[in-house]
Design a protein around this ligand. Structure first.
Ligand code: TXA
Ligand code: MG
Length: 321
């Protein structure tokens, strides 16, 4: 349903977010497809609706500064200067994440991208939902980012709970993404010119295409467990293996016990959305369990299963990008 973004409808949208639903909303850059950033199941639905064949970390949108401390581990001088100057506005900062940020939001990374949008509808919606909202641009995979409610309706209208129509997005391109994890590095040029950032914190690095390919780990745009991952398809295969010091990642629960040092079940009833919402935290726990190898079970390659398999294949070292 598409509605005008008045006070009453923003309230309605806030209650949908609170209940784990999806709302498309205007920001000053592009329309976002929002879900409660602290609800992993709701966030997994974003990927399902967008039909993304892979998981990418999402930006967490806040309306009040006090959320910043809750979502991050460390805010340094540089971050504070930039925030003071450019928030609310089209600047996204990548900072070390706190415990409360679900792994599906950051695609398993230890960092989180945060921004405070300046659009009054976006701010009012986040206030009304009383939770940070994670939102990618509200377009299906492979389409350009929507800058009107019309674009959103045409592309995703039947798949989401509500579209808040707040007119045309004034900036029309996505926010600038700046990583402050290490040397300040532009990960994505966008609505805030790099020169403006440099006036405040001095020269920044710009991530090049080749760096993206050559050193994804270093730049922290990609998470994979350190433990070797091997993919298996049928459960029988795993029952024959010597698995004393192995970890097992199961798609669903079986009515017999699967024995290994550490077993993780993505979704007891085999629901792909639930499986996606648990994927990265399960991989982290397996990685920390001190096992020699992680056997990961294939999931059906439909809907979110495509993105899950993409990540498992990357983790198992098969190059597919
Ligand atoms: O203007 C915008 O930023 C819009 C509106 C809706 O806020 N959002 C947007 O989200 O463009 P999305 O998901 O389409 O793009 C997010 C970008 C991606 O390039 C992603 O890789 C990067 O931010 N990103 C998010 N979290 C990150 C992290 N922890 N580390 C590195 N990059 C991150
Ligand atoms: Mg996008």
């Amino acid at each position: 349903m598409r509605v005008i973004a008045n006070d009453e409808n923003i309230k309605l949208a806030g209650s949908i977010i609170k209940k784990g639903g999806l709302v498309a909303f205007p920001t000053e850059t592009v329309y976002g497809l929002g879900a409660d950033a602290l609800n992993p199941y709701a966030v997994a639905k974003i990927f399902e609706v967008k039909n993304r064949p892979k998981f990418d970390p999402l930006i967490v949108h806040i309306s009040k500064f006090n959320w910043l401390e809750k979502l991050t581990e460390k805010i340094d001088e540089q971050a504070l200067k930039l925030i003071e100057k450019f928030w609310p506005g089209p600047l996204t900062l990548v900072l070390p994440k706190s415990e409360i940020v679900p792994d599906i939001v950051t695609a398993g990374l230890k960092s989180v991208a945060i921004r405070m949008p300046s659009h009054p509808v976006a701010l009012a919606l986040i206030d009304s939902a009383e939770t940070p909202i994670s939102a990618p641009s509200a377009n299906p995979f492979g389409y350009i980012s929507p800058t009107t409610a019309d674009h959103v309706e045409k592309q995703l209208g039947d798949k989401i709970d509500l579209i808040l129509d707040g007119g045309k997005c004034p900036i029309g391109v996505e926010s600038t993404v700046l990583s402050l994890l290490d040397e300040p590095t532009i990960l994505r040029p966008g609505g805030l010119p790099i020169e403006e950032i440099e006036k405040v914190i001095g020269k920044v690095k710009i991530q090049t295409k080749s760096e993206k390919i050559l050193s994804p780990g270093q730049l922290q745009t990609h998470y994979s467990p350190r433990t070797p991952v091997k993919i298996f398809s049928s459960i029988e295969e795993i029952l024959d293996k010597r698995i004393e010091n192995a970890g097992i990642l199961l798609f669903k629960k079986y009515d017999f016990e699967v024995k290994a040092k550490h077993v993780e079940i993505l979704s007891e009833k085999g629901d792909l959305v639930e499986a996606a919402s648990n994927l990265f935290s399960a991989l982290h726990r397996l990685d920390e369990a001190g096992v020699d190898v992680i056997y990961a079970q294939e999931v059906p390659e439909v809907g979110l299963g495509i993105a899950i398999m993409d990540r498992l294949r990357k983790a198992s070292g098969k190059k597919i990008e």
